[in-house]
Design a protein around this ligand. Structure first.
Ligand code: IVH
Length: 681
């Protein structure tokens, strides 16, 4: 088989597996096989970049970095919808439609109004050739490479009745579960939390590094189809066809014979929508027949044949009884509002997030105030305001603590940060406890059988001060210890006890954890800003704990994607005697302190201190090889063009926007041959 044939075969096969997996929930192959085939394809594409197909599944993992998105004009303007908030408004809309259609029969299609970012996808001869944001409706940003990372977006569609050129539009979004996952991770490494899924989605789509986009599992629901000439009679037909062609069409839509059925649909989804995997804020009502849509036409801003019914944000009012201050692993103190229980969107709400001290000030809220709580896209409800009419002299100002609620240490606030921190990293009980939780999690040492109160018990009994103590626990230490936990909210008692089987499980999980790879060990240390991905990069680059422990800030800065904040944090962490002692105890316990170093050995110093970026393809190197050679000779690859860039290496088919930008900033451009000469200098 020629490389071209193999590339074509792998592309089609992997696209099919992907479609089956994401659209039909069928696993045709196991993950390992899939990854192997994908790696084979990536390898072939590296060797023969000219044979890479535009619908290659390797684009799902990203890899392209664009400094600026180019502007694209929409073939058809991307309009917005008129909003209504009441049944009366809706009846008026229906009256206008009836009048506009002069007594013809008509039907509606109702869809959920997804809360994300409007996207436009263009397909030519079945291949996704362009993905764009709405922008100002007339022109948007070309974010094709970012859209290709969405697993449910087909990179190619096939079938007998597919037009040669068409556009589909829909809503790109960050699934709620993914939003929570990302925030959990950010909390773990002390990053500020993302405010809500909509902003997070919009920010992600605008990221310039498509690999970063790929790591956040965005998704997209498609809800309209455009082609010239038109191929469908009705909106319903187009939704059915889109689904059949493999597009991700939310199956929540329904055809409604009249406005009363529309009303029923609206009422049905008022609370059911909270079970969907994404945020929604209303219902979109569309006239079904395309000829009737044309007849009704458009106002300057929006179609006359469609309207959005917006649900009122679900709100309730209740009393703020107390504020609890929670201390996280990094010492950040978060205020949590304790409320008189109230029913909201079908669930009882007892607590709400207050984010930080600034938020309390912004709301002007006092203890015993009656407050409004709302449930938006987020799962945790938030306080949105104070009912000042119901404020009494019972209301007392909230005095933000100046000392840690858990250990009494004076709190500190860093320049420019909204949160207060407890600086007593080692002694503060909740910080100690969450450090254990961090250490045992699956992505770290994977000793999760120690969860749910067991760690607290070990700390309580003085059996473990730091996670390193886990490695000297014995059967006799653990057998028989127990503790009764009292749930303050429910008043229920829970007994945690170490019986024979539990002890055996825990000890064997601790033993097994010694085989966790080096990058997990590095992540488990809990160094601020060293999340999973950073730990992996540091491990790949340095290869061992000793190399990282002794690395200077400058050396750390040479690691891909490692900035001054991470570098400083690593150096400071290892400079601490207790931390070093902790590391030595882990070493003595036999944890993996070295991994496979993935960077080529140092070849020379001809590129020392120089920064590079490349564009296009090269005769002598794949992208990975080029990056490796730069690093091996002391240079560094930057992620975008700036004044700091020393050289732009220009290959075949170089991107015009990069060249333009480099020219503007007077960045020297060199050819592949000139780069080779530099290496040999
Ligand atoms: S149809 C002519 N259908 O709402 C406008 N839009 O205000 C055609 N949206 O920009 C849009 N869910 O981002 C349509 N099922 C749905 C939608 C939807 C969300 C968003 C979309 C659009 C905005 C309109």
């Amino acid at each position: 088989m020629t490389p071209q044939e193999r590339i074509a075969e792998l592309t089609d096969r992997l696209n099919f597996y992907n479609y089956q997996y994401y659209q039909n929930s069928i696993s045709e192959v196991d993950d390992f096989t899939f990854d192997q085939l994908l790696a084979e394809l990536a390898d072939l594409e590296n060797k023969h970049p000219e044979l890479r197909r535009p619908d290659s599944p390797t684009s799902r993992v990203g890899g392209t970095v664009s400094k600026e998105f180019s502007t694209v004009y929409h073939r058809f303007p991307m309009l917005s919808l008129g909003n209504t908030y009441s049944e009366e408004d809706l009846v008026e809309f229906d009256n206008r439609v009836r009048k506009g259609l002069n007594g013809q029969e008509y039907e509606y299609v109702c869809e959920l109004k997804f809360d994300g970012v409007a996207l436009s996808l263009t397909y030519e001869n079945g291949v996704l050739v362009q993905g764009a944001t709405r922008g100002d409706g007339v022109r948007g940003d070309d974010i094709t490479n970012n859209i290709r990372t969405i697993r449910t977006v087909p990179l190619r569609v096939t079938g007998p009745d597919i037009p040669a050129l068409f556009e589909v539009r829909g809503e790109g979004f960050l699934p709620l579960a993914e939003f929570e996952r990302i925030n959990k991770e950010r909390e773990d490494i002390g990053e500020p939390l993302l405010a809500n899924p909509r902003n997070a989605a919009s920010g992600t789509f605008k990221q310039q590094d498509s690999a970063a986009v790929a790591r956040r599992r965005l998704d997209c629901y498609l809800y309209s189809f455009l082609s010239e000439p038109e191929v469908f009679q009705t909106h319903e037909d187009s939704l059915v066809a889109l689904k059949k062609w493999g597009f991700n069409v939310s199956q929540t839509w329904r055809k409604c014979a009249d406005i009363r059925e529309v009303m029923t649909f609206i009422n049905e989804w008022e609370t059911k929508r909270f079970d969907l995997p994404l945020g929604t804020d209303g219902i979109v009502i569309k006239v079904n027949r395309y000829d009737q849509q044309r007849e009704l036409g458009y106002t300057a801003k929006s179609p006359r044949w469609a309207i959005a019914f917006k649900y009122k944000a679900l709100a309730a009012s209740t009393v703020l009884n107390d504020i609890r201050y929670q201390v996280g692993r990094t010492g950040a103190v978060t205020p949590v509002a304790m409320l008189t229980p109230v029913l909201l969107a079908g669930t009882i709400v007892k607590r709400a997030s207050l984010h930080n001290a600034n938020e309390i000030e912004r709301l002007g809220v006092m203890l015993n105030d009656t407050v409004f709580v709302e449930k938006g896209g987020e799962i945790i409800p938030k306080i949105t305001g104070v009912d000042l009419n119901r404020r009494t002299d019972q209301s007392t100002p909230i005095v933000y603590p100046t000392t840690c609620p858990a250990c009494g240490t004076p709190l500190v606030r860093k320049e420019g940060e909204a949160n207060f921190y407890c600086p007593n990293e080692k002694g503060c009980p909740p910080q100690r406890q969450t450090r254990f939780e961090h250490f045992i999690q699956r992505r770290a040492m994977n000793i999760e059988s120690l969860g749910e109160g067991k760690i607290e018990l070990l700390i309580d009994r003085g059996l473990a001060q730091t996670p390193a103590d886990l490695y000297s626990l014995t059967y006799n230490d653990l057998l028989g210890i127990e503790k009764v936990f009292l749930d303050e909210e429910t008043g229920k008692r829970r007994v945690v006890s170490f019986r024979e089987k539990t002890v055996e499980n825990i000890l064997s999980a601790i033993e097994r954890s010694k085989a966790q790879p080096f990058q997990n060990v590095l992540f488990a240390l809990g160094i601020r800003y060293v999340g999973n991905t950073t730990a992996e990069k540091l491990a790949d680059y340095f290869g061992s704990m000793d190399a990282i422990m002794t690395a200077s800030q400058e050396a750390l800065l040479a690691v891909p994607d490692t900035g001054p904040r991470i570098a400083e944090s690593v150096v400071t962490w290892f400079a601490d005697a207790d931390n070093r002692d902790f590391v030595e105890r882990l070493r003595a316990a036999g944890l993996n302190f070295a991994g496979e170093k993935k960077v080529v050995e140092r070849e020379g110093d001809t590129l020392d201190g120089k920064t590079f970026l490349y564009t296009g393809t090269f005769a002598n190197f794949s992208r990975e090889e080029l990056e490796a050679r730069i690093a091996a000779n002391g240079g560094k690859v930057l992620s975008g063009i700036s004044k700091k860039l020393n050289y732009l290496i220009v290959g075949e088919n170089a991107g015009p926007s990069k060249l333009e930008k480099a020219q503007k900033l007077n960045v020297p451009m060199i050819s592949e041959d000139e780069f080779l000469a530099m290496l040999d200098a």
